[in-house]
Design a protein around this ligand. Structure first.
Ligand SMILES: Cc1cc2nc3c(=O)[nH]c(=O)nc-3n(C[C@H](O)[C@H](O)[C@H](O)COP(=O)(O)OP(=O)(O)OC[C@H]3O[C@@H](n4cnc5c(N)ncnc54)[C@H](O)[C@@H]3O)c2cc1C
Length: 434
C-alpha cells in the first residue's frame, strides 16, 4: 500500500489503458474493462490503437479468417449488450457436411439454440461488391467507440515498459498504466525491448472467396479431408452469395486453392466453376505465447493463446474477459497476472493438447479404410437415437464449431455407445476381408 492508501498495482480513477489492436480481442477487452469499471465506480480511459481500416475490401481491411461465429460466442455477445445487426450476418449455418474418403456425412445442429453464423471481418472479397457496413470488425470497433473508447488509427511501433509503459507510434508517445497486446499473429511484431514476450508458433493457411452462381441458399459448411483433396483439411463456408474456402496443408505451395477446386468432389458441391475474388495466406496460432504478462503488460487473444483450429474469436472473448477482470478487480502486477490470468490461459493450452491428439486420431482414421468404415457405422447407427445421445455426432459438431472443449469432445468419444459401436464396427464380418 502506498502512503496515500492507493495500492500501486491497482488501477485508480483516471487510469489509462492502451490496447494495441482493435480486432475482436482488443474490442472485447475494452468493453469488459469499461463494464467492470462502471460496476466498481471507477473512471478509466481506454485507448485502442488499430492500424487497419476494416471498411476496406480484401486483405487490407480484413483480419483474414473464415468468419464463423460459434454459438457460445453469440451467447457471450449478449453479456456485453452486443446485438449482431442482421446485415452483418452472411449465412445462418444449419449443418456440417463431412466429406470423408469413404462417404459423406451430414451433422446437423444438435440443439436449435446452437446457432452459428458466418460474417466477413472486413468489407468482403477484394473483387466483390459488398458495402463497407458488412464488416464484423468495423461494427465491433464502432460499438466500442460509442461506449467511450478512444480510437487512435495508427500502428504501434514500440512499447517501453521500464517504469510506466509508453506506447510509441510514428506520431505520438502515450504513457499509460496498463498495456494490452491484442495484435493477433498476422502483423509485423511490435518492438518490446524491455520484455521477454515470445509470440505463439503459427501455421500458414490458404484462403479465397468464391462467387458461384446458384449456390447462395446452401446453409451447410462442407469440410473435406484426406489425400484426395491434397490438404489436411479444407472447408467451404457459405457467406451469402459468396463461399469462403479455407485450407490447411503443411506443404504451402504457390497456389493451394486452385488444385483443391479442381477435385471432382469439390466441383460436385460447387456445381459450376467458381470465380476467385480474393486470396491470402494468413497465419493461425497453434501454441501459447511465452511470457505473455509482466508488470503493467498483458497479451490477449491470438497474441496469448487461442483454441486449436476453431473458435478463435470466441476464445479472444474469453481471454479478454479474464484479463480485464484481473486488471480491474485485482491489479496489474506480473504476480497478479500469474495468479489470476495465466492459469486460465494454461487451461486453454492444456485443452488444445487433447485437441491435437483428437486431430491426430481423426487423421489416422481417415487414412485407414477399416477405421473410417467402423467410425461411419457409429455415425449411421446414431441416427436411430435421440439427439442428446448421439455422442459421436455431437463430438464432430463441436470439433469443428468450438461449441465444447476438447475435453468434453473426448468424453463424448469415450462414451459407451461410441466406444463399443466402434469396436463392433471393427469386428464386423467382411470388413477385414475386403
Ligand atoms: C484461415 C483462418 C480461418 C479462421 N477461421 C476462424 C473462424 O471461422 N472463426 C473463428 O472464430 N476464428 C477463426 N480463425 C481464428 C481468428 O481469426 C483469430 O483467432 C481471431 O481473429 C483472433 O482475434 P485477435 O483480436 O486476437 O487478433 P486479430 O483478429 O488478428 O486482430 C489483431 C488486430 O491488431 C491489429 N494490430 C496488429 N499489430 C498492430 C500494431 N502494431 N498497432 C496497431 N494495431 C495492430 C491488427 O490490424 C488487427 O486488427 C481463423 C484463422 C485463420 C488463419
Amino acid at each position: 500500500m502506498s502512503a496515500g492508501g492507493i495500492h500501486p498495482w491497482q488501477l485508480h480513477d483516471d487510469a489509462r489503458i492502451a490496447v494495441i489492436g482493435g480486432g475482436p480481442a482488443g474490442c472485447f477487452f475494452a468493453l469488459h474493462a469499461l463494464s467492470i469499471a462502471r460496476q466498481r465506480g471507477l473512471r478509466i480511459q481506454v485507448v485502442i490503437f488499430e492500424g487497419k481500416d476494416f471498411t476496406q475490401r480484401g486483405p487490407t481491411g480484413c483480419n483474414k479468417c473464415a468468419g464463423i461465429l460459434s454459438s457460445r460466442l453469440l451467447r457471450n455477445l449478449h453479456d456485453l449488450q452486443l446485438k449482431l445487426p442482421p446485415h452483418i450476418i452472411m449465412s445462418e449455418i444449419q449443418s456440417y457436411v463431412l466429406h470423408l474418403e469413404e462417404a459423406t456425412v451430414e451433422i446437423s445442429r444438435p440443439e436449435p439454440w446452437r446457432r452459428i453464423v458466418s460474417v466477413y471481418r472486413g468489407a468482403g472479397p477484394r473483387l466483390g461488391n459488398l458495402p463497407p457496413a458488412v464488416s464484423f470488425d468495423s461494427w465491433l470497433l464502432d460499438e466500442v467507440q460509442q461506449r467511450g473508447v478512444q480510437l487512435t488509427p495508427e500502428r504501434v511501433i514500440e512499447v517501453r515498459t521500464a517504469g510506466r509503459p509508453v506506447v510509441v507510434t510514428r506520431n505520438s508517445a502515450l504513457t499509460c498504466d496498463l498495456v494490452v497486446l491484442a495484435t493477433g499473429v498476422n502483423s509485423r511484431p511490435v518492438q518490446l525491448p524491455d520484455l521477454n514476450y515470445v509470440p505463439p508458433t503459427t501455421e500458414i493457411m490458404s484462403q479465397d472467396e468464391l462467387l458461384v452462381s446458384g449456390t447462395s441458399s446452401d446453409q451447410r459448411i462442407h469440410i473435406f479431408f484426406g489425400h484426395s483433396v491434397g490438404a489436411l483439411f479444407a472447408g467451404l463456408i457459405p457467406k451469402g452469395r459468396f463461399i469462403n474456402v479455407s485450407l490447411l496443408d503443411h506443404k504451402l505451395k504457390k497456389d493451394n486453392i486452385g488444385p483443391f477446386l479442381e477435385v471432382d468432389e469439390v466441383q460436385a458441391v460447387l456445381a459450376t466453376n467458381p470465380r476467385r475474388l480474393c486470396g491470402c495466406n494468413p497465419r493461425i496460432a497453434v501454441s501459447a505465447a511465452l511470457n505473455f504478462y509482466a508488470d503493467r503488460f498483458v497479451a490477449i487473444g491470438d497474441a496469448a493463446v487461442t483454441r486449436l483450429y476453431k473458435d478463435g474469436i470466441g476464445s479472444a472473448f474469453l481471454t479478454a474477459r479474464q484479463a480485464a477482470r484481473t486488471a480491474l478487480e485485482v491489479g496489474v502486477s506480473e504476480a497478479t497476472f500469474r495468479q489470476e490470468y495465466a492459469p486460465f490461459c494454461q487451461g486453454i493450452d492444456r485443452d488444445n493438447r487433447i485437441g491435437r491428439v483428437l486431430f491426430t486420431l481423426w487423421n489416422r482414421i481417415q487414412g485407414s479404410r477399416r477405421l473410417s468404415q467402423a467410425w461411419l457405422d457409429v455415425l449411421i447407427a446414431e441416427t436411430e437415437l435421440i439427439a442428446a445421445e448421439q455422442y459421436g455426432r455431437r463430438a464432430l459438431w463441436s470439433m469443428f464449431t468450438g461449441d465444447d472443449s476438447y475435453q468434453t469432445i473426448a468424453r463424448h468419444l469415450l462414451s459407451r455407445s461410441v466406444f463399443f459401436g466402434f469396436l463392433v464396427g471393427l469386428l464386423r464380418p467382411g470388413l477385414w476381408s475386403r
